[in-house]
Design a protein around this ligand. Sequence first.
Ligand code: GFB
Length: 327
Amino acid sequence: MFDIPGDARIYVAGHRGLVGSAIVRRLAREGFTNLLTTGREEVDLRNQAEVEAWFAAARPEYVFLVAGTVGGILANSTRPAEFLYDNLMIHATVVHAAWRTGVRRLLYLGSSCIYPRLTAQPMREEQLLTGPLEPTNEPYAVAKIAGIRLCQAYRRQYGCDFISAMPTNLYGPGDNFDLASSHVLPALIRRFHEAQAAGASEVVVWGTGAPRREFLHVDDLADACLFLMRRYDGAEHLNVGTGEEVTIRELAEAVRDAVAPGLAIRFDPEKPDGMPRKLLDVSRLHALGWRHTIGLREGIATTYAWLRDALARGEPVRGFAVPPAAG
Ligand code: GFB
């Protein structure tokens, strides 16, 4: 058990993203008063000199490393250089600066796409690097695997208390709704929302509908991150998920029921399915005493309510055009 003082200097790298913003909300709710963040305009996390200068001045004691270039299956397939370079660099600069400045604990977040494409399901932590990766997201997965190994290497060589967690597919408030770069869940919310508004009778969903995915609400993930920062100190990365899966067809039906009941669903098999199945074995996390609390249908409903409210209030939502300035 690591007792993190309420006034500890805690840096959330990537605070504007889906995960980082949820972690900031969670830490603020917990009463932490000394949260540190850096905007892109202030520090380019791919730049070692800028990152080291910031760490030397700000002296964070705890770091949540959740910054990165992320996206869904299309963005991963079409922007491999960005996904590999940006993520490799961000992991390396932040981990190195954290070591140099004596950060007490660092939690690095990866992704369930680190596991081999055709590995046994549900996927246990030790299945890492036991087979070829899914081609649609191999560059991202390679960068994420490098991040795990970096944390382990700094732990082994320098004694750093750096830990890694691998979350499953995430969604929730603050997600990216841009159809060219989003993940499936926000994409479907948007497609059904717009089809309903346009009076359309059907929505097209990519792929065959057969792939299986596991979805974790980002508020649950933020809770797990704080839990692990306080409780976990192993070198091995830990899976973070629900242990439950749905097919993309079932997901589309659940989103349809929440957003636009009655609309038809048509699959487009010309679009890639990606990994056939991606379900995490979460028995280690459960054994530590953590479980998710937000069910998928509830999470879809509250995420859609958040989106509608944000659009109605004219607040910026990633993927939607910036609303015109008031007045
Ligand atoms: O969410 P998604 O892009 O991520 O796609 P992955 C999941 C499944 O949903 C795929 C299907 O089978 C997609 O073909 N899908 C159906 C759609 N309609 C849509 C749509 O409108 N948009 C999107 N995006 N998908 C990503 C990886 O893989 O997951 C990343 O590329 C990362 O590296 C992330 O690991 C969590 O689960 O296939």
